[in-house]
Design a protein around this ligand. Sequence first.
Ligand code: IDP
Ligand code: MG
Length: 151
Amino acid sequence: MTIERSLVLVKPDGVQRGLSGRILGRLEERGLKLIGLKLIRISDALGRQHYAEHVDKPFFPGLLAYMTSGPVVVAAFEGPGAVGAIRNAMGATNPLEAGPGTVRGDYALEVGRNLVHGSDSVESGRREIALFFSEDELLPWDRDTDRWIYE
Ligand code: IDP
Ligand code: MG
């Protein structure tokens, strides 16, 4: 499996509810490698760029207000099949359809308060990581446990 990168956001509801550590911890425990991490407040401009594909949707004004309402944890993760692994761990967009054992299935009820973002493709991962991190904020590193996680 090729090594992929994904942007993960713990959305403002996740930070407010004290779930940042749990959400990132699930991905870390799975074996995904953290290569970038920070706490920021998303500006309107950044929110529009990040969710460019949704700007014309009826829910966009609410989505932008939600995403800019408080701090978010911004993480970049790397690993074999990272994009799909993270999407699976997040669960379906609508938490009522998200399976047990997923972040949204375990901790959320509504689509407008679904706790977490993960890139939906390798290309989105590339675009979104470049949007949220400068090159010198990313730190690829050799993890001592890599050989116990990757063959
Ligand atoms: P995703 O986060 O699972 O990739 P997308 O369809 O890309 O889902 O939508 C982006 C975000 O927009 C969702 O995570 C959710 O916060 C919000 N959203 C999507 N659809 C709706 C909706 O119908 N009502 C309110 N918010 C929505
Ligand atoms: Mg999406």
